[in-house]
Each structure stands twice: as structure tokens, then as C-alpha cells.
Design a protein around this ligand. Sequence first.
Ligand SMILES: Nc1ncnc2c1ncn2[C@@H]1O[C@H](COP(=O)(O)OP(=O)(O)OP(=O)(O)O)[C@@H](O)[C@H]1O
Length: 294
Amino acid sequence: MSAIMKRHATAEILPAEPAPPAPALHKPEQQVMGRERNIGEVVLDLQNISLSFGGVKALTDISFNVKEHEIRAIIGPNGAGKSSMINVINGVYHPQKGSIVFHGVPRHSMHPSKVARQGIARTFQNIALFKGMTVLDNIMTGRNTKMHSGLLANAVWWGRARNEEMQHRRKVEEVIDFLEIQHIRKTPVGRLPYGLQKRVELARALAAEPSMLLLDEPMAGMNVEEKQDMCRFILDVNYQFGSTIVLIEHDMGVVMDISDRVVVLDYGKKIGDGTPEEVMNNPEVIKAYLGSSH
Ligand SMILES: Nc1ncnc2c1ncn2[C@@H]1O[C@H](COP(=O)(O)OP(=O)(O)OP(=O)(O)O)[C@@H](O)[C@H]1O
């Protein structure tokens, strides 16, 4: 297989032990890294999406879908349109053409905050955390979409506000335990190494209890060990929380090992879509990578 598609050493240490039995909601249909998982129906359907910035066509007539509980990767050379697609999904960009249906409901020009309230959370290519705030406080900001108490109640920390705060704290502590970052919970984020900052960003997204998680290059800039940890956490989030994951990643070994299906973009167009094996063997995909200087 082509050089870009070879399995990467990072994935070799992914959990080898047998996974616990999956909750028997659906018949297991897919296996990722030896884990049986239950892929459901289509939850996000994108049809004929086109997005331009002035004369630049970032996305041209792109259609694909995402099924419940799956790990769906978006790959492609630099400038292919991957981040633009994530920004379309979470409402930052509004495509000039095409339709977006989430859980059966068509969406038009939805604001990112409303998308977040629908249960879609994301991380960013360049870490977007409050560097001077502690890990705990940063993760608490992930609960914003779930907060209901008014300003006055919050200011004096009365009844409902107090109960709400405690509920949010409980959820945040769960996420902190899950991602094994107890030891840094009081540390200002800016003092942490890059790999841990990425994990805190994942924690903040998870604190929102999303049904769908958009991860924009979650392993970018990480060393091998950090990538191994992040792979394990992504698989655990998907497996234990059942979150559907849409992932942009440049490390092909990681993509091939953890994804259920992969969509491939090049110059804003879709050139491949299928299982890792199918896209690995797609001549157009191989050409785009090997023949690409961009
Ligand atoms: N806000 C914007 N304004 C103008 N052009 C943009 C904007 N966002 C993206 N583009 C352009 O759209 C095209 C796709 O960019 P995008 O960032 O989506 O690609 P990408 O596949 O995520 O690239 P990379 O892997 O380098 O992050 C590029 O030509 C880019 O310059």
C-alpha cells in the first residue's frame, strides 16, 4: 500500500485487552481495534454542500452522512476543505448551497450556540482554551449550554443556582476522572504541555455531554506517546459514552485504525468515501496524496 496509508506505529499500543460487552441496544455491526460496537442509523446527512469565500471554492457539491455511534474521519491534503466542512457542521459557516439534516430535522443557517444546544460539541485545530484559567474552570465552561439559572440567582448562589452548580461540578469531575487529569485540575492551562492541553480541550467538549463530537486534528503537534493516549481516549469516549465522532486527522495510521468510515476531500471536492480499506485502495485517493504537493 502507499506510503501515506501504512499503519502507523502510534496505533500499535491501542488497547489489546478484550473490551467489555457492548450494551445490547443494537446488533453489533462494526469492529474497530477489536472492539465490537453498535453503529446506528444516519444522524447527520449532508447533501450537495457548496461553500465559497469570494472566488475561493472551499467545498463543491459534497454529500456524505454520519451514522450514530460511528467514528467518521474526514481526510485530505492541506487546503482540501476539511476544517470548512467541520465549520459547516457546527454552524460557523453557512454554505451557499446544499442541505443539512441532523436527527431528521433540516437546518438552515443555524448559529453555533444553537448547534451546541442540539448536542454537537467540538475541539479546534489550534487549541482554544482560556490559558490563564485552571483546567477545572476551563472544563466548567463546557457546561455553559446546560446552565439555566438567572444572573441574580447565580450572583447570590441561591437554591436553584446552588443545586445547578453542584450538578455541573459532578459532571465535570466525572469527565476529569475519565480523562485521567485529576492531578492537573487546579493548574492554569497555559502551564501545561501541549498534549495535555489537547486533552483538556477534549474534556471541555465532553463536559457538554454531546451526542456528536467534532474533533479538528486532535493529535496535531503531539508526540507518539501523547497520540497513543489520545487514540485510547477517543475510542473510550466512543465506546463508553456512545458519542458519535467526526474527526479530522492527518496521521493516516490513526485514521485507518480508529475510523469506521472515511470521507476524502481534495481541492474542496469529495474523491472517496467508504471503509478505511476501501479508501486505501481508491486510486483517486492514492493519486491525491502521492501526487500532491499542496
Ligand atoms: N474564512 C475563510 N476565508 C477565506 N478562505 C477560506 C476561509 N476558510 C477557508 N478558506 C479557504 O478554503 C479552502 C479550504 O480550507 P480549509 O481550512 O477548510 O482546508 P483544510 O483541509 O482544513 O486544510 P488544512 O489541512 O491545511 O487545515 C482553502 O483554500 C482556504 O484558504
